[in-house]
Design a protein around this ligand. Sequence first.
Ligand code: GAL
Ligand code: ZN
Length: 677
Amino acid sequence: MEFNELRVADLLHGADYNPEQWLDRPDILAKDIELMKEAHCNVVSIGMFSWSMLEPEEGVYQFEWLESVINNLFDHGIYTILSTPSGARPPWLAQKYPEVLRVEKNRVRNLFGLRHNHCYTSPIYRDKVAQINGELAKRFANHPGVILWHLSNEYGGECHCPLCQEAFRQWLKDKYQTLDALNQAWWTTFWSHRYTSWDQIESPALHGEMMLHGLNLDWYRFVSHQTLDFVKWEKESVKSYNPHLPVTINMMYYFYGINYFDTKDLIDVVSWDSYPVWHKAGTTDLDIGCDTAMMHDLMRSIKNKPFLLMESTPSMTNWQNVAKLKKPGMHMLSSMQAIAHGSNSVQYFQWRKSRGASEKFHGAVIDHYGKSDTRVFREVSELGIRLEQLSPLTKTCNQAQVAILFDWENRWAIDDMQGPRNIGMHYKETVQQHYKALWKLGTSIDFIDMNSDISSYQIVIAPMMYLLRNNFEQKLKAFVEAGGTLVTTYWSGIVNETDLCYLEGTPHGLMDVLGLRSEEIDGLFDGETNSASPTTSSWLTKDKTYTCSQLCDLIIPSTAQTLMTYNEDFYQNKPALTVNSFKEGHAYYIATRFEDDFYDEFYTQLLKETKIYRPLDIPLPEGVIVTYRDGYLFLQNFNHHEVTLSALPTTYQLIDSNQDIYHDFILQPFEVIIIHE
Ligand code: GAL
Ligand code: ZN
């Protein structure tokens, strides 16, 4: 498989570059190039917010400044990722065509302002965007310095304008064909909500309908669809001038509103913007590292190919509650972590700090001070030097035998359902608990959704698989039949694709695979706990008791073997963990939400049972994580203190230096070393 979609054989290192802010300072533009070379940068992303400088008046294009910047960069060996400017439109456009502005849930149209404040349905907005994109593509799509299109910026948000209402109704008509089918799917007979005409249907609103789960879910789907339809529109507007120039969109941290798995066939390269709150009081950098690692893995999994880290901060992030500096070494660690999980780049927002407006205090490679003798610049350059030595990585990608289900539609449905726990179902956090145990064990992990092919994995983990779609339960059944290991949990197989509860027992379609039926589920208040202990037949440590909380499923096993039972309440001694042998495979059912330690033990044992590959299978100090990218092992120290790797089985040579390491090797705070397997 070809893993690198770009014409560049090196890892990319660079930043969002917004030179339109400095056109009256040619000295600064010249200095930028000099400093980019000094920082070992080879790429910049340009143009995401340039619309008013590219088209100052309707139909009047001024691209000369951009062309001269791109040429100049290219002459100095720096590539351009060219952005389309649709993420922020100029005032003249909003003033002349108010329909381009977004209408909020309350049905009030926004004034001009901010960015990302436009309707994805508006034909005028689409036309204006296609026009400027076309002009840009005509001029630059075949420029040797331009390697990638960066479509818009961080697509997101929803619009409730009349055009969007009409598009929603059309989308529903295409989906359901008849109102009878829609009424049935949404169960509208309850509370006398039966629709008798399509134009009675309105998007969810706080002062209107918001209790019809089927409607809410379809609205989420529609918004995601409509946004991606706009992406498609933009893509077509630039591709016609050079179909070979790849496109990306920069995605956001666990962003809720777009089903990112649906971008798989739409875009050529996945990229995302990562702004973890490192060094946050009350949490550990290991936990922040886990949250970030999971997001990297999610991004890589969309196309099962390397992605780009399109933005990150070289120092602080000004929009967070507290703008913490990255402590010395953290920049190296967080950047290398991205590479370890499959990124082919480290890029920043932004190259040079703005002088004014809302992001003037956001971290940047070049501070207002303007020179290179700063701590941040030094750390950025050190990273640049290291990345230059890792070019072979662009031809590799992480491969996993374990997959975890993280399904956007399930996420939307779980958060909207009313009961069994309206104070929080914590879907993402629950998924992350499973992930964390495996991440600490150094296991490579892919993410899947219910459209994914799962046949190549050995373990599939599907926590809180509440909503089933696309016959996913049948895929799971075939997977276990063929010898796979399934791990699923409480609150699975409860509703169908339109949020209608399954009749005749749950987990729907999997009762035989799991060898059990779920009868009731008990919600626990925050702070309330139960606990569970292994049975004599379990392979878990016999004298260990694990605390559980939030939800306790009361199950009736048929063929499943009970591995743990509850210790308290009226369901004391009922199963809390079971396993069932089904044809060639096994299916585990975790009936409650356990504390972290449980998952550590459970997955350590499960990896042994299933003989899943674990790189560097030795005891590592707490806070040291090993990540495996196709032959390369990244050892990352998330501790604020040094640690000793005492049990290295042999001598290794560090990939990017001539140093050898062997037993008792000391890792400095936040240090990352890279070795061959
Ligand atoms: C991103 C955005 C950038 C910049 C950055 C600051 O979400 O794409 O334009 O605002 O945040 O952290
Ligand atoms: Zn709209």
